[in-house]
Design a protein around this ligand. Structure first.
Ligand code: CP3
Length: 342
């Protein structure tokens, strides 16, 4: 096994940690903006295998990242389950809302999702042929709670209020939705792996708003179910979990859900995480994305501090969240140089 990302996820400590970035294919890159314009809009880009593969490859060509992440979006599965989905320019995703038992019953059955998601598997197939042999291909899905927050509210929300409200008012419908997304996610990731994904990552961007028993029931339990089902079918494919803003709940999370790696957001202190989280296995993260905008000595100092904090165990360097459109592409190269000691 030679790929650096796979070695880290297998528990190997490496002198230079492998690196990739959340949202590495994105609007901060002029070549991404050009391909997106060619596709017409964001969703057309996601469902166009040739162009989605092209934008996935762009940051690999430019920077030589150790991993490529499939270009798609965590909300495509909502559309595959029958929700309406569109993106308002400058605002973000919009969906039909789901708050009633009738709307839950109106969703498509899980076995139908591949009709919509077929082009995504095609993108994975193209990438597994075209990526450099040292680059690891990462597939992904949203975790059920995070996907449910968008399906319930019909948009992104600051506090996930509508999802918490449904959980309180109609537990059966809420749990039914979580269950349906959980099943669909297993089949979706299974197909990505069959098509050539070598690692899969579960994005639970809003895990931090679940507290106490809710965290166990709706962040931990669905992740554990998904990972167990995938491991039964693909025992050697590593899984990275990302319960963003889980705080102290990061501790023990990877073990509890059976993940091989745990992605850390930038609110977690690196020294604390090295002592309490990395003891269980590979961690990934946790540079604050704003450094990609401001750059300078701060970026280099902070990058080196994180590398050093995690140097005694398995680590994949990454940002704590996605790179933003305002980022300067030169700063990405400075970060990589600081990691690799160039
Ligand atoms: O390069 C990669 O990281 C792979 C592709 C990827 C995208 N979205 C592309 C994208 C991945 C892994 C995601 C995950 C995703 N999508 C998450 C989880 C991670 C996170 O950010 O917390 C979430 C919550 C979404 C939902 C989503 N998609 C939102 C809220 C938005 C709008 C906000 C924004 O940044 O514009 C998107 C759009 C989106 N997804 C873009 C990209 C490159 C920007 C769309 C564009 O080009 O206009």
């Amino acid at each position: 096994m030679t790929k650096t990302i796979l070695r880290a996820l297998a528990g190997e400590t490496q002198a230079i940690p492998p690196v990739w970035m959340m949202r590495q294919a994105g609007r901060y890159l002029p070549e991404y903006r050009a391909t997106r314009a060619q596709a017409g809009d964001f969703l057309s880009l996601c469902y166009n295998p040739e162009l989605a593969a092209e934008v996935t490859l762009q940051p690999i060509r430019r920077y030589g990242f150790d991993a490529a992440i499939l270009f798609a979006d965590i909300l495509l599965i909502c559309q595959a389950l029958g929700a309406k989905l569109w993106f308002e320019t400058g605002e973000g995703p919009r969906l039909s809302t789901l708050t009633t038992p009738a709307e839950l019953a109106g969703l498509k059955p899980v076995e139908d999702i591949h009709e919509v998601l077929g082009p995504v598997y095609e993108t994975v197939k193209i990438l597994s042929k075209e990526l450099p042999k040292e680059t690891t291909l990462i597939g992904f899905a949203g975790a059920p709670w995070t996907v449910a927050t968008y399906m319930i509210a019909g948009r992104g929300t600051k506090d996930q209020g509508p999802a918490h409200a449904l959980k309180a008012a109609d537990r059966a419908t809420f749990e039914g939705l979580i269950g349906r997304i959980t099943e669909a996610t297993i089949e979706y990731l299974d197909r990505q792996i069959q098509a050539g994904a070598e690692v899969v990552k579960l994005f639970d961007s809003w895990a931090g708003s679940l507290k106490g028993q809710d965290f166990d029931d709706f962040a931990l339990k669905p992740a554990k179910e998904i990972i167990a089902a995938l491991k039964a079918r693909h025992p050697h494919v590593p899984v990275i979990a990302f319960p963003r803003e889980a705080g102290t709940r990061y501790q023990g999370f990877a073990k509890a859900v059976g993940a091989d790696g745990l992605a850390l957001d930038n609110s977690v202190d690196a020294d604390w995480a090295a002592a309490h989280v990395q003891v269980d296995g590979c961690v990934q993260g946790n540079l604050a994305p704003h450094h990609m905008v401001s750059g300078g000595d701060d970026l280099v100092r902070e990058t080196k501090r994180i590398v050093k904090a995690f140097s005694k165990g398995p680590h994949i360097f990454n940002l704590g969240h996605g790179i933003t459109p305002e980022a300067n592409p030169d700063n990405v190269q400075r970060m990589i140089d600081a990691i690799r000691g160039a």
